[in-house]
Each structure stands twice: as C-alpha cells, then as structure tokens.
Design a protein around this ligand. Structure first.
Ligand SMILES: [Mg+2]
Length: 263
C-alpha cells in the first residue's frame, strides 16, 4: 500500500497509463462513483470522485465516460444532483452500453423498434401471470424484474419462460442479472461501449473501474499492455487490479488527474 491507500502496483500502473498519448478513463456508477444504497433512487456520486473525473475530461487527449446499467436519463439526473461544476460535460452511457446519447432511440431501425415492441408484449404477458413481476422499457431494451414476485420458484419460472421465449428470438441480446432479465435489440454490453470509445478516440489505452458482474464484460474487452482494469470491492474478477471499495475510486481518479494535468 502506498500513502494514497492504493496498492503500489496499481499506483505505478496509473502513472504509466497517464503518460500515454491518448487515453479513455471510464467508470461504472453504482458501487464505484456512488456507494451502494438500499434504494437505487437515493444513490449519490462522491463529489470528489466526480470532480476528478471532470478534471480529467478537461485534460488534453483524454476522454472520460460514466458507463451504467441504468437508463441514461436516470443516470443523468443522478449525476446532475451532485452539483459538481462541469458534470454536464461528462459522457454518460446508459443501459449497459446501449444508450450513448439522449436521442439514442432514434438511432435504432424500424425493424429493431418492431422487435422491441414484440419483446415488450411478450414480457408483459409473462409478468401478468406472476403478481409482483414488472416490465421496464428502455430505448433499446426491455427488462423483466422478478424481485417482488412472491416465491423464488415463481420468480425463476417467470425468468425461465422469458429465456425460452422472447430471449431466444433472433436479434435479441439477453443479459442476466439478479432477479432481472434484460432483452436488448442491439449489441449490448459495457465492453462493447468501451470498444466504441476506444475506436472513436483512437485511444492508446483504456482504464475502467467496475464492481458488478456486468463489469466483467467490460474487463474482458481490456487488453494486456496499456489498459488498466480495476475491480472495485470483493468478488471474482478478471480485472488485473483491485481496490477495496468505492471510497478509493476518487483516489484512483485523482491520481490519474494529477498525473495527466501536472496539478
Ligand atoms: Mg455497479
């Protein structure tokens, strides 16, 4: 451990990363920039972490992004609540890498819109059979939530019907979560989002922080060499580095910002 609280090898990796010509720095929101809370609507970003990300955004040849499973409008509302100057400039990517900007929904084809409507109708029909089940619709995906279904057996049966039905249709990208099944009509995944950012900016390296199962998809898209993958908290991971929890995310971003801007 260094004085910063970060593992020494991570500190060295961050300093080397900050010297690359063009970089992308991206982080998950819940459990990383914002500590986990019981009610998702109560999540608030750590202002110091967000301020460091804003500072990085202003640095030359540096692209930053917040990549979340939340719908992008939801994410934008929570980030705006932080009242940190400059947060409006942050790139926000919602729905596990499927929503890149506000009018994303206009970017899906008519065929994909039809498929989305069909998926929604099928999930609605499944949800109607299991009291407590709920269907959420996002611009390019629809989600079956079974957390509030009375018994675990019923919840699993609802998910199983969705897996064997709408999830199996051609062109559907299914993502499993805890008591949740998300069906997207375009290629999805946080790793895909990082690929897009890397390609768009011609970056020499990507640094990503994540705490959840869906972040493992992002980590698998990072490469040995210049990229820096950081698992936040406990649990199995393919990430190369680990920090103990969200309280150190701000420190990672501050080290990067200081090294990148010479501040
Ligand atoms: Mg998370």
């Amino acid at each position: 451990m260094s004085g910063s609280g970060l593992p020494d090898d991570l500190g060295a990796a961050l300093h080397a990363f900050a010297t690359l010509p063009r970089i992308v720095v991206a982080s998950d929101f819940d459990g990383c920039l914002a500590p986990i809370v019981s009610h998702p609507a109560d999540a608030r970003a750590d202002p110091r972490a967000l301020a460091a990300l804003v500072e990085l955004t202003a640095a030359p040849d540096t692209t930053t992004a917040v990549v979340s499973g939340r719908a992008r409008t939801d994410l934008a509302g929570l980030v705006a609540l932080s009242e940190v100057a400059g947060v409006d400039d942050l790139t926000l990517i919602g729905s596990h890498g499927t929503e890149f900007d506000d009018d994303f929904s206009s970017g899906i084809t008519d065929e994909e819109k039809e498929l989305l409507a069909r998926l929604q109708a099928q999930l609605d029909a499944i949800a109607a059979r299991f009291p407590g089940a709920m269907v959420e619709t996002k611009p390019a995906s629809t989600v079956l939530h079974v957390r509030n279904v009375a018994t675990a057996t019923d919840a699993e049966e609802a998910l199983e019907l969705a897996r064997g039905g709408p999830a199996a249709l051609p062109g559907v990208h299914a993502t499993e979560g805890k008591a949740v099944l998300e069906l997207a009509v375009i290629e999805t995944g946080k790793g895909h989002a990082l690929d897009v950012l890397r390609a768009q900016t011609n970056a020499d390296g990507v640094c990503y922080l994540g705490d959840d199962v869906t972040d493992e998809h992002a980590f698998t898209h990072l490469q040995d060499g210049n990229d820096v993958s950081i698992k936040v908290g406990d649990g199995d991971t393919v990430a190369r580095y680990r920090i103990t929890g969200p309280e150190l995310v701000g420190e990672v971003l501050r080290v990067l910002a200081a090294a990148r801007t010479g501040s």
